[in-house]
Design a protein around this ligand. Structure first.
Ligand SMILES: Cc1cc2nc3c(=O)[nH]c(=O)nc-3n(C[C@H](O)[C@H](O)[C@H](O)COP(=O)(O)OP(=O)(O)OC[C@H]3O[C@@H](n4cnc5c(N)ncnc54)[C@H](O)[C@@H]3O)c2cc1C
Length: 431
């Protein structure tokens, strides 16, 4: 009889949350605040910190445990997250000047977070490990080399081209046809970053209320009436920082976001030779697959963390456990007998134009739509939207784009499982 796999459904990163964060009982929250931030991920925390340090009274309201959304569940892969169209695609769509600006802004966001971590002395296992991106088809290899070379020439973002014959120095898989190393990419421990952002916010006077859902927001003469569970408080301004968890509270924003489930598995500590056989330089990794698989070692270098899009919208750990494990072993047959200690998931937010968006919608500030690459973007744009709220220079190149929606789309991505299954099939068929 086959034995059921046993794994924890708690993110591997949450091991550090040994004590619950100190939050305020809802009834003790001030009746009037300068700013209410809805959502306690990177966007909300980064914005709250900037606002509080500028002297504003700020409360962050979180429907669940503090920072329990994507920000403490992600892979911790950190890079500029250049647009998926690449340089040529961006130039075709937006023209050369805008394309250049978009790429530079992505790099600025990445550099901003690195600087922030350094200036604030945040200990989050930041590692300048570089990222290897493997080509799953021979035709992908030449295309990715061209793209990477033009990016490297345009921006100060060095790359190394790795041929198939050299790739075992980067990755222990025969599935790739060479790849590119983005030498400046990094990795970090997302929950440690979240943890310390919360501490910095608390030191700056931000109030936190957890397990309290914001249920309604209405505009008043003086600002906003915000209904948090059964209680109403007033705020001069409100920031919506709900990204993949954007719901009916803000229907116009929900209609602009495609929430997609991303999932991860972690192995138990593995023998050093086995880890070395997968990731000899302990870089972060990904490939050219449409379904977007990514992997890295844990900060102590002992486990493999492997992630990818879940095919279902609902949280179905048994499904993504098997799906990810199968794909991991297909890349690395040497991991065939290895157990899985953790399997978890969270929601990311795609926008229809694959560009993050921030600004004002019906009087409410928002920043969201990081398209699955939000570690740098959410922190950077959380800071930028806060500057806008303060009337300071929060300009970004993203300001010029309308936040698009599609006719008849109501925020429920019923078609996504079919799209993701098609991507999975296309990967299998090598299309
Ligand atoms: C499994 C996974 C792996 C990922 N890997 C990477 C990676 O390696 N690199 C990378 O760059 N990005 C990665 N991402 C994406 C990245 O984590 C996100 O883009 C980023 O964390 C978004 O931050 P956020 O603050 O905007 O949203 P979140 O952190 O998702 O926070 C939104 C919060 O809003 C709260 N909320 C929603 N509605 C309400 C309400 N009405 N009232 C109160 N609270 C509410 C939610 O409960 C949630 O906590 C990954 C995401 C996932 C899920």
């Amino acid at each position: 009889m086959a034995t059921q796999p046993t794994y924890s459904n708690t993110p591997f990163w949450h091991q550090i949350f040994d004590a619950p964060f100190k939050t305020l009982p809802l009834e003790e929250l001030s009746q009037h605040l300068d700013v209410i931030v809805v959502g306690s991920g990177f966007t909300g925390l980064s914005a709250a910190l900037t606002l509080a340090r500028a002297g504003k009274s700020v409360a962050v309201i979180e429907a669940n445990d503090l920072a329990s959304g994507a920000s403490s569940r992600n892979g911790g892969l950190l890079g500029p997250s250049f647009h998926k169209l690449g340089l040529a695609g961006l130039e075709k769509k937006f023209g050369r000047e805008t394309a250049d600006e978009l790429l530079k802004e992505s790099l600025r966001g990445f550099n901003w977070l690195l600087k922030f971590i350094e200036t604030e002395s945040i200990e989050c296992d930041l590692k300048h490990c570089g990222r290897f991106r493997g080509a799953l088809k021979e035709k992908h290899f030449s295309k990715m080399c061209q793209q990477a070379e033009s990016l490297a020439a345009k921006l100060d973002y060095p790359i190394e081209i790795i041929s198939k014959s050299q790739q075992h120095t980067e990755v222990g898989s025969d599935k790739y046809h060479g790849g590119v190393v983005y030498t400046k990419d990094a990795s970090l421990h997302p929950a440690k970053l979240v943890n310390q952002l919360i501490e910095r916010c608390q030191d700056a006077g931000v109030s936190f209320v957890s397990h309290a859902k914001v249920r309604d927001i209405s505009q008043t003469y003086a600002g906003f009436k915000v209904q948090i569970e059964q209680r109403c408080v007033e705020a001069s301004a409100v920031l919506i920082a709900t990204n993949g968890y954007t719901g009916n509270l803000t229907r116009p924003l929900k209609k602009r976001i495609l929430p997609i489930r991303s999932s991860m598995i972690a192995t138990p500590p593995l023998p050093k030779e086995l880890i070395d056989s997968v990731s000899p330089k302990q870089r972060s990794h990904g490939g050219t697959d449409r379904l977007v698989f990514y992997y890295r070692t844990s900060p102590d270098g002992q486990r493999l963390l492997f992630g990818g899009r879940a095919l279902a919208y609902a949280d179905k750990p048994d499904e993504y456990y098997h799906f990810l494990r199968k794909n991991m072993v297909s890349l690395f047959p040497q991991l065939q007998g290895v157990a899985i200690s953790h399997a978890w998931s969270g929601l990311v937010a795609y926008s229809f134009d694959h560009i993050p968006h921030l600004g004002l919608n019906n009087g409410l500030y928002y920043a969201m739509g990081y398209c699955g690459s939000g570690v740098a973007r959410a922190n950077y744009l959380g800071h930028k939207i806060a500057l806008k709220m303060l009337g300071e220079n929060g300009d970004t190149v993203f300001d010029q784009f309308e936040f698009p929606t599609k006719a008849l789309y109501n925020g429920h991505p019923w078609f996504m499982p079919a799209v993701l299954h098609w991507h999975s099939l296309a990967d299998k068929l090598g299309l």
